[in-house]
Design a protein. Structure first.
Length: 94
């Protein structure tokens, strides 16, 4: 589903102090199967792509080595516990 900001959105900010540190904790466990939860990850306000720029495990996010980290970069993690208020209708392919 499409995340949207509401009262149940948790936003965490991390300042990079060690370029080799690529794992960041989630505040709540993220299910491995289908769910109404969503997570968006930003690097210096640029939205990263799941399974390309990062991977999610149950309790953490790991950034790929292709994401160039430097000291004082900002990693933002937005956790959405419920995406029920969002809807994207089916769209034709052509």
């Amino acid at each position: 589903m499409v995340p949207f900001e509401f009262n149940d959105t948790k936003i965490s900010y991390y300042t990079v102090t060690n370029e080799g540190h690529r794992a960041y904790n989630l505040s709540t466990a993220f299910p491995s199967g289908p769910s109404n939860q969503a997570v968006l990850i930003y690097h210096n306000n640029k939205l990263l792509k799941n399974r390309i720029d990062y991977t999610i495990s149950t309790n953490s996010v790991e950034l790929a080595s292709s994401v160039p980290l430097e000291k004082n970069d900002i990693i933002t993690i937005k956790e959405y516990t419920n995406t029920n208020g969002s809807y994207v209708p089916e769209t034709p392919l052509s």
